[in-house]
Design a protein around this ligand. Structure first.
Ligand code: SF4
Ligand code: SF4
Length: 269
């Protein structure tokens, strides 16, 4: 390559690298500014609550930012129900290969089943944290449930567990039990069991993947409240996309709702 051309290309490359660096630094600066601004807004919400609720001390309330699940409710199509039925038929047929839950050594829900045992141990001395967590998930409306689709993460292990709970039901009875829990109106592009009022499956019929999962804000609450007694209530600040830092700095992440969650339910903050 002739030297003048080489030098021109080198100069263009250097200028491109400089521009990219400036863009990255500017983006990081705007994300940081946004995280700080949201942190201030969140703290303001807690301060306002404590100013009006003089019966509450700072240590009585855990501040949490939660996401927002999908909202668009639509009539459930027969095609989705049919796909769900096919899934249930397949996993129920496989479940018949096992005499008991203990015989299952390979299953997508096994690891989560072990985590459920850990959660139960942690929750058993004081059920308040579990009740509060359930109410928070209801408020969130299952932001983590969107990929449940027409399987709801149910596997042979889930069906085998359901059979142990309902010993009078045969394979077809268990399939019908699951199908009977599907609501006529569900959330669009989400799990078939996700409704405007939360999951339509009772906890004992859900997969272990569903029962074991807690998002980071909930896990942080579990960790922080582990040594506290009584367990703190939660001021849940619901934002469009949860964490400014993980977003495009220009995308909206407004506060959608602020509620005070106790073991008795969800109240206005
Ligand atoms: S675990 Fe987190 S993301 Fe999932 S429903 Fe509960 S609050 Fe929402
Ligand atoms: S079964 Fe319920 S908890 Fe599990 S993904 Fe579906 S809506 Fe969420």
């Amino acid at each position: 390559m002739p030297e003048p051309l080489f030098l021109a290309r080198l100069s263009a490359l250097k200028s491109q690298t400089r521009e990219r660096k400036v863009y990255r630094q500017d983006r990081e600066r705007r994300i940081l500014a946004r995280v700080e601004a949201e942190e201030e807004e969140n703290q303001h919400q807690l301060d306002s609550l404590l100013a009006t609720r003089t019966d509450l001390d700072r240590g009585d309330v855990h501040r949490m930012v939660i996401p927002a699940g999908r909202r668009n409710a639509v009539p459930l199509s027969s095609a989705r129900v049919e796909t769900y039925r096919e899934h249930l038929v397949a996993v129920a047929a496989e479940a018949e290969n096992y005499l008991s839950v203990a015989d299952i050594s390979e299953d997508r829900n096994l690891r989560s089943a072990a985590m459920c045992v850990q959660h139960e141990k942690a929750f058993s001395p004081d059920s308040r944290v579990q009740k509060i967590s359930d109410h928070i998930c209801g408020t969130c409306r299952g932001a983590c449930c969107s990929s449940g689709g027409e399987t709801a993460y149910l596997s042979p292990l889930s069906v085998r567990k359901a059979s142990a709970l309902y010993p009078d039901l045969d394979k077809d009875g268990i399939i019908e039990l699951y199908l009977s829990r599907v609501a006529p109106v569900t959330i669009e592009n989400a799990c078939i069991n996700q409704t405007p009022d939360g999951c339509s499956l009772p906890r004992e019929l859900r997969s272990d993947i569903c029962n074991a999962y807690f998002c980071d804000p909930l896990l942080e609450y579990h960790r922080e409240s582990a040594e506290q007694s009584p367990k703190p209530a939660v001021l849940a600040i619901q934002r469009e996309a949860t964490f400014g830092g993980t977003l495009d700095p220009d995308a909206s992440n407004a506060i959608l709702d602020v509620v005070l969650v106790t073991e008795d339910g969800v109240g206005r903050a």
